[in-house]
Design a protein around this ligand. Structure first.
Ligand SMILES: Nc1ncnc2c1ncn2[C@@H]1O[C@H](COP(=O)(O)OP(=O)(O)O)[C@@H](O)[C@H]1O
Ligand SMILES: O=C(O)C1=C[C@@H](OP(=O)(O)O)[C@@H](O)[C@H](O)C1
Ligand SMILES: [Mg+2]
Length: 174
């Protein structure tokens, strides 16, 4: 079977929903951020701080290229994977790309508890700042997300289970 590839902005639930789908379908889950962390043996925020975003993107691209050759995986990508066209080209080879998308308010609400781990969103900001950052990043990448997606999955006012089941339903019909 093809890979289930989850793309979309930070906070959309790619990591959580990938884990859910993997548990239900009993197929392996790979989160590209986890593999980057493993490669550097440090957190994403430390990689950004110590080596810069370009270095993170290079390793992210190496990892995407490697895993995209496999099949029967659920792949949770990082929110910036769409920046590099080659990443999308590789992920498409064996994968169906599901874009998790919703209101900026939903993303903001999801990220409030885990924003420290996301260097582009930042920490020690008041709610409004985070909201604006999420919005600006989303607007910059909106077209890339839309052009990369095979399916659009709405995340607003829905549980991880509901979203995961919709993706599984599409995948099983595929
Ligand atoms: N549909 C949802 N309903 C409630 N909380 C969610 C939902 N999706 C994600 N979350 C929560 O939002 C946070 C970010 O989710 P995560 O899976 O890390 O997103 P991503 O990998 O897309 O950045 C986590 O704390 C997660 O539990
Ligand atoms: O949007 C981005 O550029 C990023 C999103 C993060 O992943 P999530 O989308 O899982 O938060 C992580 O890859 C890194 O902090 C960069
Ligand atoms: Mg994630």
């Amino acid at each position: 079977m093809k890979n289930i590839v989850l793309i979309g902005p930070s906070g959309a639930g790619k990591t959580s929903i990938g884990k859910y789908i993997s548990n239900i379908l009993k197929i392996e889950h790979i989160d590209t951020d986890d593999l980057v962390k493993k490669q550097f043996n440090m957190s994403i925020e430390k990689i950004f701080y110590n080596y810069g975003e370009d270095c993170f993107r290079m390793e992210e691209a190496n990892i995407v290229k490697k895993i995209a050759d496999r099949d029967n995986l659920v792949i949770s990508t990082g929110g910036g994977v769409v920046i590099n066209k080659d990443n999308i080209r590789y992920l498409r080879k064996n994968g169906i790309l599901f874009l998790l998308t919703g209101n900026i308010d939903t993303l903001t609400q999801n990220l409030m508890s885990s924003r420290e781990q996301r260097p582009l969103i930042g920490c020690n900001n008041i709610y409004g700042n985070i909201h604006d950052k999420i919005k600006n990043i989303f607007l910059q990448r909106k077209d890339l997300y839309i052009n990369s997606a095979d399916y659009f999955i709405n995340i607003d006012n829905r549980t991880i289970e509901e979203i995961g089941e919709e993706i599984i339903w599409i995948y099983e019909k595929y």
